[in-house]
Design a protein around this ligand. Structure first.
Ligand code: FAD
Length: 296
C-alpha cells in the first residue's frame, strides 16, 4: 500500500492509549511502578487502570495505588474490581470508598476462583453473582464509568463465541460503557470479533488489549490459562533467545510495533496496554504510534 494511504504512516490517525498496572507487593516494586507511571504519564493516556488481585487479595494495595494516582497525578485512574470472595455489602463499601477517594471509573470483572483460572468459579452466596450483576451494582451506587472485559477468542468457560458476545451485550445493557479485550496476537482474530460484536448491535468502544511480550515463557503460560492462543510464528520469533535478554527485548518491541501499526492501518486508534509495570517497551510503541510527551 502507498505510504501516504497507510494511516500508520501518514500521521492522521487520532491515537488514544490507556495503560494497565498492577499494585506493588514490596517497596522496590512500588518504586518501579511509580517510575513507570511517571514515564508514561506525559503521553496523556485516556485512563490508567490498576488490577485487583485474585480473590481480592490486593484490595488495600489496589485502593492505595488508585488513591495515590488521584492525589498526586492528573491521570484518570480506573480501579479493577471483582465479585470474588466477598459479600455484596463488602463490595459496595469498596465501591463507595472509591467514590469518596474521587475515583470515577471502575473495571468490573467476575474474577477467577482463588485457585486461579481454570478452576470452577463459585459465586459468594451473599455476593454479586456475575460481572453483569456487578456492573449494575456499580451503576446504582454512583456516576461511574464502567469498563468490562471482552474475549475475542471467547472466555474459556463459554460454550461458544456467540454466548460470550451475549454476555458482553448483557454487561452493556447493565451499564458498561467500554470493554477491553483479553490480549491476542493475531489481529485478524480481534478484527473479526469486532465485526461480530458490531453486528450484534454492541456499540461501546472495544479496546484491543495489547501485551508486549516482556517474557515469552510467562506470556505463553498465562495465555494457556486464559484461553488466548499463541501462534507458532510468535514462538519461533523468540526461540533460541532464552539466554539473550537484550535481543528478546528488541524482538518484543518489533512484534508489538508490527501488531499495533497493522491495527492502525485497519482503522483502530484506541489501544490498551498491559504494561506489567514496565514503561520502556510501551513508551517506545507509543512513540511509534506518533504520541509525544506533553509538558507537565
Ligand atoms: P465474564 O464476562 O463475567 O465471563 C465469565 C464467564 O462467565 C464466561 O464464560 C461467560 O460466558 C460466563 N457468564 C457470564 N455471565 C453469565 C450468565 N449470566 N450466564 C451464564 N454464563 C455467564 N481478574 C482479576 O482477578 N483481577 C483483575 O484486575 C482482572 N482484570 C482483567 C482485565 C481484563 C481487561 C481482562 C480481559 C481480564 C481481567 N481479569 C482480572 C481476569 C478475569 O477476572 C477472568 O478472565 C475471569 O475468569 C472472568 O471474568 P470476566 O469479568 O472477565 O468475565
Amino acid at each position: 500500500m502507498n505510504s501516504a494511504l497507510r494511516p500508520s504512516r501518514n500521521g492522521q490517525s487520532q491515537i488514544a492509549v490507556s495503560f494497565e498496572f498492577f499494585p506493588p507487593k514490596s517497596a522496590e516494586m512500588e518504586s518501579n511502578l511509580w517510575e513507570s507511571i511517571h514515564r508514561l504519564a506525559p503521553l496523556d493516556p485516556t485512563f490508567v487502570s490498576v488490577t485487583y488481585g485474585a480473590g481480592g487479595t490486593t484490595r488495600e494495595r489496589t485502593h492505595a495505588t488508585v488513591a495515590r494516582l488521584v492525589k498526586e497525578t492528573s491521570l484518570k485512574p480506573a480501579a479493577h474490581l471483582t465479585c470474588v470472595g466477598a459479600t455484596r455489602e463488602e463490595i459496595d463499601s469498596v465501591i463507595r470508598s472509591y467514590a469518596d477517594a474521587g475515583v470515577k471509573h471502575i473495571v468490573a470483572l467476575r474474577g477467577d476462583p482463588p485457585e486461579g483460572p481454570g478452576a470452577q468459579f463459585r459465586a459468594h452466596p451473599g455476593g454479586y453473582q456475575t460481572s453483569t450483576d456487578l456492573v449494575a451494582g456499580i451503576r446504582k451506587l454512583g456516576d461511574f464509568e464502567v469498563t468490562v472485559s471482552a474475549y475475542p477468542e471467547k472466555h474459556p468457560e463459554s460454550g461458544t463465541l456467540d454466548q460470550d458476545i451475549d454476555v458482553l451485550a448483557a454487561k452493556v445493557d447493565a451499564g458498561a460503557t467500554r470493554a477491553i479485550t483479553q490480549f491476542f496476537f493475531e489481529n485478524e482474530t480481534y478484527l473479526k470479533y469486532l465485526n461480530r460484536v458490531r453486528q450484534r448491535g454492541i456499540n461501546i468502544p472495544i479496546l484491543p488489549g495489547i501485551v508486549p511480550v516482556q517474557n515469552f515463557k510467562q506470556t505463553a503460560n498465562f495465555a494457556q490459562r486464559t484461553g488466548a492462543s499463541v501462534p507458532q510464528w510468535l514462538a519461533d520469533r523468540f526461540a533460541g533467545l532464552e539466554n539473550d535478554p537484550a535481543t528478546r527485548r528488541l524482538i518484543a518491541a518489533a512484534v508489538a510495533a508490527e501488531q499495533v501499526l497493522d491495527l492502525v492501518d485497519e482503522g483502530i486508534c484506541d489501544f490498551h496496554f498491559y504494561t506489567m509495570n514496565k514503561a520502556d517497551l510501551v513508551y517506545a510503541i507509543c512513540h511509534l504510534l506518533g504520541l509525544r510527551a506533553k509538558a507537565a
